[in-house]
Ligand binder design. Structure first.
Ligand SMILES: NC(=O)c1ccc[n+]([C@@H]2O[C@H](COP(=O)([O-])OP(=O)(O)OC[C@H]3O[C@@H](n4cnc5c(N)ncnc54)[C@H](O)[C@@H]3O)[C@@H](O)[C@H]2O)c1
Length: 400
């Protein structure tokens, strides 16, 4: 597509700024033409700053702008469903920020609406598009780590930047719905998105802030192939934004530290006078600046994938269906936090693998009777081999 896309952006806040910076920056031919935000003056200011021709506070008018063909939703969580349903009614392609819905019921309605309308729809889960993550997922898919056993994803910071995030009703929850959605989708990408999440156990609490929602949550997700996902999220962490992932397989390990050890470490007593990186708490002392924030956070690769899929009539890497599965897992987490038990993940419309997912690993026998448990080279240079007799179950060791 030579002329690029003419785009409507809903929401001119924090994420609206990042999306605009990315869209105007990457291909040089896509433009936001209409923005919608509240109050109208703030949308007008945003439009002036980004050289955007139209600003309004009326969502319907912005979506139905005949000169735009794609709507980007960067609105607070409680407006995602309404905006998506309006796009479906208008027959406009739509991409929506995370989380897709405040809960599974909203996500289901949104998924059904776009599929019924036959419009292009993408889920803007930027953190799976971080360049490091894309490369790590590709390595896992090539089998570099063997069978994936455990994936840990952590996102913590001192808390979000706008009032509505802290309102249980408007956000749909606290740290779990806000940041657990990122971690869960990162975990699914490493385990395999076609592997069914079966059940979860989750603990949550409100530890620091005077709010109704949780500011702290830890959850385990058991997948159909027995892989375990572990997420840790909170709005109580001090020291900036801690974004880390660990992937553990039968043949290898990956550790990713995305934000507090970026390879760019600086100490200053004088300070840099303001913004350093998302959720950095100080501009003095030890700092971890980020060279190219929109790229490091995945926005560049995410919009490239969305535009390419839209132009080619294919599916982007992250779809509304993915957002729906994430909401199903989050709903189960909130249930588990209340019941303090493992709770099933209720996905009535599962589209991945079914049945016995895991192929029984056929392991070679040693000396016709043993399975290898482990080899280890000892300080004296000899190798100890620990074996299990398949018939008797006895565990023995042999020096090599
Ligand atoms: N990494 C990410 O992908 C990421 C990061 C931050 C936020 N988000 C998501 O983006 C969404 C917005 O978050 P934010 O941080 O930009 O919030 P924000 O508070 O900074 O901005 C919200 C914007 O929505 C506009 N708005 C509110 N009500 C409106 C209405 N009725 N009509 C039109 N505009 C209205 C406001 O004017 C404001 O411009 C949330 O769903 C959040 O979860 C995603």
């Amino acid at each position: 597509m030579k002329n690029g896309h003419q785009i409507t952006l809903l929401g001119t806040g924090f994420i609206g700024g990042f999306y605009t910076m990315t869209i105007h920056g990457i291909r040089g031919r896509d433009r936001i033409r209409t923005v919608c935000g509240l109050p109208r003056e703030s949308a007008e200011k945003f439009a002036r700053e980004w050289d955007i021709s139209r600003a309004t506070d009326n969502m319907e008018e912005a979506i139905n702008d005949p000169e735009t063909s794609l709507v980007v939703i960067g609105l607070p969580n409680y407006l995602h469903k309404e905006a998506v349903l309006m796009c479906a009614a208008a027959g406009k392609a739509v991409v929506c920020t995370k989380p897709l819905g405040r809960n599974l019921a909203e996500a289901r309605e949104m998924l059904d609406a776009v599929e019924k309308a036959g419009i292009f729809a993408g889920y803007l889960e930027d953190l799976v598009y971080m360049p490091k993550t894309l490369k790590a997922v590709a390595s896992v898919q090539q089998g570099a780590l063997g069978r994936i056993l455990w994936v840990r994803s952590r996102e913590t910071h001192p808390g979000p930047h706008s009032d509505w995030f802290w309102d249980l009703e408007k956000a749909g929850g606290g740290a779990i719905v806000d940041m657990g959605c990122h971690c869960i989708e990162i975990i699914r990408n490493f385990v395999g998105k076609d592997i069914r999440p079966v059940e979860v156990i989750c603990t949550s609490d409100t530890m620091v802030h005077p709010i109704e929602a949780e500011d702290h949550g830890i959850g385990l997700i058991r997948f159909a192939n027995n892989a375990i996902g572990q997420f840790e999220v909170n709005w109580t962490f001090r020291g900036g934004m801690d974004l880390r992932d660990e992937i553990s397989g039968t043949e290898g390990t990956i550790w990713l530290n995305h934000w507090l050890r970026t390879g760019f470490e600086m100490f200053t007593t004088g300070g840099l006078g303001g913004y350093i990186a998302e959720k950095a708490e100080s501009d003095k002392g030890w700092l971890f600046p980020v060279g190219d924030e929109v790229n490091a956070l995945g926005y560049t690769h995410m919009f490239q994938d969305m535009f390419k899929a839209f132009e080619e009539g294919t599916s982007p890497m992250e779809t509304f269906y993915d957002g729906y599965v994430v909401n199903a897992i989050i709903d189960a987490c909130y249930r588990s936090a209340r019941t303090k038990r493992w709770e099933p993940v209720e996905i009535e419309d599962w589209r991945g693998k079914t049945g016995d997912e895991e192929e029984a690993a056929s392991r070679p026998l040693i000396d016709g009777k043993y399975l290898l448990i482990k080899d280890e080279t000892m300080p004296d240079g000899k190798t100890k081999r620990i074996l299990k007799d398949v018939k008797t179950g006895e565990v023995i060791e042999k020096n090599q």
